[in-house]
Design a protein around this ligand. Sequence first.
Ligand code: BEZ
Length: 393
Amino acid sequence: MSPSRRTLISTAISALALTALATLPAQAQGLPKLKVGLMLPYTGTFAALGNAIENGFRLHVAEQGGKLGGREIEFVKVDDESDPSKATDNVNKLIKRDNVDVLIGSVHSGVAMAMAKVAKDTGTILIVPNAGADAVTGPMCAPNIFRSSFSNWQPGFAMGEVVAKKGHKKVVTITWKYAAGDESVKGFKESFEKGGGTVVKELNLPFPNVEFQALLTEIAAAKPDAVFTFFAGGGAVKFVKDYAAAGLKKTIPLYGSGFLTDGTLNAQGADADGLFTALHYADSLNTPRDNAFRLAYAKTYKLQPDVYAVQGYDAAQMLGIGMAAVKGDISKKAEFTAAVEKAKIDSPRGAFTLSKAHNPVQDFYLRQVGDKENKLVSIASKALADPARGCKM
Ligand code: BEZ
């Protein structure tokens, strides 16, 4: 064969091979694993929340055979310690040193706001699997930022309607002084005062302080009709126990956004019995979807799931939807975003869609604690959408 004919044939073979390669799924092309940066608290008052989110996330990935959009997953983990002052460094390390393709985090609103700033500046896809900071799907909203959880405003607003309908007029609020506490109380106040009630006193202590005694004495002296609170994780366990030990549970009804009693009931014991809270999940939804999820979670981890596990699971579902749409090529951001925006996410909490600002539009359940469960009482707020104040997208 002449040299020129040999060159022609080998060029044709190369072209054919390239065409075949382009039509193969990402994984078959030998694309590297998708690097998922998990920035969550693994120590401190929110440690259990971070672990539950990771468990839920991994469960969905395992159910997909370990791949999303045809790519195997590699996790890079950072313990963010729920410390906003370390958050920018932590997230920059994940992006610049570890070269993660996507960010998942976090639990604490202050940490999530730092992550959202970096995600917005770098264009990295971020899915927030808990932190409710209103700003993330408000003024900081962006095409590459999504939330699988809630905004702080949502459960507060849902509970304010319930407490007003119960006929309470004067309420004292108590929470940690940071975005999650402030915004939960703001949401509560908005609907409670619209319903005819008044918030007579707003009590605060710095996060993650749990020295509640002086504030409980103030509550006793103020004699309100009811108390509304936001606490979560280890802080919620201590608050519920201290509230009962101070004798207040018998005289002043305590209401909360549902984090007060989610993932905490074993440690709170009888002190949590009877408490009413509002959240986008409950332990007794008894739908085929939730039952299947709960069974799979319990089998895998020998633990009952909570709202944090559901949010982690749904963050992985959202990532999977985007990854499938771009066939594993996460650099196709516009296509990724379009797919997640139009998806109906088949969550154990009940299917939900995302608002224009990428926050779940979802039902909020009124729950009551009994038999170590957050039992479903009713739907407090149907398809509640965060107002997304300040989002320009
Ligand atoms: C937050 O900081 O946004 C948060 C933390 C724990 C539970 C719920 C919200």
